[in-house]
Ligand binder design. Structure first.
Ligand SMILES: *Cc1c(COP(=O)(O)O)cnc(C)c1O
Length: 234
């Protein structure tokens, strides 16, 4: 089995090459190490290789790993967030990638206000209109942005999508391209307080294509840590 260090070297090489193909530099793309299901000892290996931004999809896991990992790492919540759990992570995460409703945004704004934290967020968009996926439809993004624009403790940084699971990453290129177009279109509306420059898109199977289409954050789990095991699922 390849070491995490070796995995990271390979992924970073590909990130660098894809960034160059899109006329950018490696530093223009944040490689978020998706550490869900992995224990802290394993995650530390990635941090030692310089990957200090970590993505988790469950509030519970951030809570468990927050103290052991200590300062010097940056947690990103990338999975669906229930309104009643915002209070647990409001002072622990650097960014919430998965804002998909007004109600959730209102709760983040309220909890942020209580702790004087302005939370950077992304709007999750269901680009391929998949029934199984969270996220707002592309045509609903503008309405949500207008609702969020007046919230003092939310700073909308951009858009996030989880593309369909496909064999050939080229199949997802169209969705990544449409995400970028959506971001440009939304910025052109000149909504108060809304200037977005972040596109969180691309996972292990398709991050190179995503970067070619303008991703600024790629969320890579398996490519760094190897396969995930879910004991409960047998
Ligand atoms: C698990 C997960 C990832 C990483 O998936 P890999 O295919 O292992 O790279 C990225 N984004 C989200 C939202 C996830 O839940």
């Amino acid at each position: 089995m390849q070491s995490i260090k070796e995995n990271i070297r390979l992924v970073e090489e590909k990130v660098c090459a894809a960034a160059q193909r899109s006329g950018r530099k490696q530093e223009d793309v944040l490689l978020l190490a998706v550490s869900k299901t992995k224990p802290v000892e394993t995650i530390r290996e990635a941090v030692e290789c310089g990957l200090t931004s970590l993505g988790e999809n469950k509030v519970q896991e951030i809570m468990e790993k927050y103290e052991p990992m200590g300062p010097g790492v940056h947690w990103h919540l990338i999975g669906h967030l229930q309104t009643n759990k915002v209070k647990y992570i409001i002072d622990k995460v650097d960014m919430i990638h998965s804002v998909d409703s007004l109600r959730l945004a209102e709760e983040i704004d309220k909890r942020g206000a209580a702790k004087d934290i302005v939370m950077p967020v992304l709007i999750e968009v269901n680009m391929a209109d998949e029934e199984s996926k969270f996220g707002v439809k592309p045509e609903e993004v503008e309405t949500l942005l207008r609702q969020l624009s007046s919230m003092s403790y939310i700073c909308v940084k951009g858009l996030m999508t989880v593309a369909p699971f496909v064999e050939d990453p080229e199949e997802n290129r169209v969705y990544f391209r449409k995400m970028r177009e959506l971001l440009v279109d939304m910025n052109a509306k000149k909504i108060d307080n809304i200037i977005m420059d972040q596109l969180s898109m691309g996972m292990t199977g398709d991050y190179e294509v995503a970067i070619e289409e303008g991703a600024t954050i790629v969320r890579v789990g398996t490519g760094i840590f190897g396969e995930r095991y879910y004991p409960d699922r047998g």
